[in-house]
Design a binder for this molecule. Structure first.
Ligand SMILES: [Zn+2]
Ligand SMILES: [Zn+2]
Ligand SMILES: [Zn+2]
Length: 146
């Protein structure tokens, strides 16, 4: 996950103004250890900086998503969540029980996808693949109950 400094330089390099509100929002992001909802973000943002309105917050979320500072994770249960982004092409594996999200750094799908893409005659493609399951510690907890 990006650190505060890294998020700052992404905005800086993109030529975006580092307004006080944007800086506060980056500080809020740094306090999240894992995934969070838009509502979680809004609550924490308002605690830190009551002057940030809803419209400003959602515009900032759009900007952060566009710049890769934030990543939106689609969940099977329909409750999409956000996490602070990380560098480079990667995928996520998500625990359905505790909601933990881990980065998978190497792309395990590259080779197979390349064949499909070539066959379809596409170029400049992107892909998003998320894996959802039960993590080891949740599985152990589940076994303990039986
Ligand atoms: Zn990620
Ligand atoms: Zn879990
Ligand atoms: Zn990939």
């Amino acid at each position: 996950m990006y650190t505060y400094q890294e998020m700052l330089s992404i905005l800086n390099n993109g030529g975006y103004r580092l307004t006080d509100q944007r800086l506060s929002l980056l500080q809020v992001l740094e306090t999240f250890g894992g995934s969070f909802s838009a509502l979680d973000f809004e609550k924490k943002a308002n605690e830190m900086e009551p002057s940030i309105g809803r419209a400003t917050l959602f515009r900032a979320i759009d900007l952060f998503l566009e710049q890769g500072i934030l990543e939106k994770i689609h969940r099977e249960n329909g409750d999409d969540v956000y996490i602070v982004g990380s560098k480079g092409h990667h995928h996520h594996i998500i625990c359905r029980d505790c909601g933990e999200i881990r980065d998978i750094d190497a792309c395990p799908f590259e080779k197979e996808l390349e064949e499909v893409i070539q066959r379809e005659g596409f170029s400049s493609t992107i892909h998003r693949i998320e894996i959802e399951g039960i993590c080891e510690s949740c599985r152990k907890k589940g076994e303990g109950k039986n």
